[in-house]
Design a protein around this ligand. Structure first.
Ligand SMILES: *[C@@H]1O[C@H](CO)[C@@H](O)[C@H](O)[C@H]1NC(C)=O
Ligand SMILES: *[C@@H]1O[C@H](CO)[C@@H](O)[C@H](O)[C@H]1NC(C)=O
Length: 296
């Protein structure tokens, strides 16, 4: 008869492997939605270039699943592990609730943050710069993820580790503030779309093409017109996202720390979450159409 451990050990190991990481990025659903919106905006020839770059066939040649890769490797050993974790956010040394700001010299002097990373991997993806196919594949995977992270308010906020250290109540469960922005609020919103990220993406895509966001969506990508867009754009986007922390993200939590955030706070957050996800997806699509349009 097999010993107890021989039976139990594989079960234990599997459960360890599947435990979600406590330090987050927009959860998987938000990233897939952002990837799908971008995919909806890719020109056909650009979509073919994207598919050709991905060596990992499990992505199906598309952005939604590729966008999850950066979170999968982040805590693993290997060439893209641990060191890449700080590239998912920008810990601002501002004072959200009272004053919000992003200052690259103060907050990210070595460029090892989401702003520096987007600039870095944009350069690597651009075929004019002569990087090999493997480097460009990895750059595209990182960009598909970081274009998402940079729109999550608590990824551009240093206060209490981007809210990771702030325990609140959401729909009766104790959670940290960062996690509900990454995951719980997005998953609750998805229930309005049969928990299907493709339906949610299509809803947001329509609002960009011909709806609520159409006129302002031009501003979401206007930095692209700068000759310096590689560095200017991610900084512009970080400043835009950081401002949501003042006062929305923190106000209720500061004034009424014991309230359940699954009620009025969630309802007020929905239009913000929708718009941030729409911005991430639209920018990624427009940017890839530009960067990958060259024939080198
Ligand atoms: C730029 O990319 C390279 C290759 O992945 C990496 O070693 C470096 O740390 C990156 N720098 C930033 C600021 O993202
Ligand atoms: C380009 O970006 C760099 C780095 O952010 C900045 O120092 C420089 O002033 C910018 N140049 C222009 C022409 O905007």
């Amino acid at each position: 008869m097999k010993s107890f451990l021989t039976i139990l050990l594989p079960i234990l190991l599997t459960s360890f492997i599947t435990i979600p990481s406590p330090v987050n990025a927009w959860g998987a659903e938000a990233h897939k939605t952002i990837g799908q919106i971008a995919q909806n905006f890719l020109k056909p020839d650009i979509a073919r270039k994207v598919a050709a770059l991905f060596q990992d066939k499990s992505f199906g040649g598309q952005l939604p699943l590729a966008s999850l890769w950066a979170d999968e490797v982040k805590h693993r050993r290997g060439p893209f592990g641990v060191w890449s974790a700080p590239l998912h956010f920008l810990d601002t040394l501002d004072d959200p609730g009272r004053s919000c700001s992003v200052d690259m010299e103060r907050d990210c002097p070595d460029a090892k943050c989401v702003v520096g990373a987007i600039a870095n991997y944009t350069t690597q993806l651009d075929c004019a710069n002569g990087y090999d196919k493997f480097t460009r594949d990895i750059a595209l995977r990182f960009l598909a993820h970081f274009f998402g992270d940079i729109t999550q308010p608590l990824h551009v906020c240093g206060r209490e580790k981007g809210g990771n250290e702030v325990i609140i109540t959401f729909d009766g469960q104790r959670e940290n503030l960062h996690a509900i922005w990454d995951t719980q609020m997005v998953e609750k919103r998805l229930q309005d779309f049969e928990s299907d990220f493709v339906q949610y993406s299509d809803f947001l895509t329509k609002n960009i093409q011909n709806g609520e966001y159409t006129s302002e969506s031009k501003d979401w990508v206007s930095c692209n017109n700068s000759p310096n867009s590689t560095t200017l754009c991610p900084l512009t986007w970080a400043i835009d996202t950081n401002a949501i922390n003042c006062p929305f993200v923190w106000d209720t939590v500061d004034k009424n720390p014991n309230i359940d955030l699954g009620g009025g706070y969630y309802s007020d957050a929905v239009p913000i979450i929708d718009k941030q996800i729409a911005k991430g997806g639209y920018r990624l699509g427009v940017f890839l159409n530009l960067i990958l349009s060259k024939s080198c």
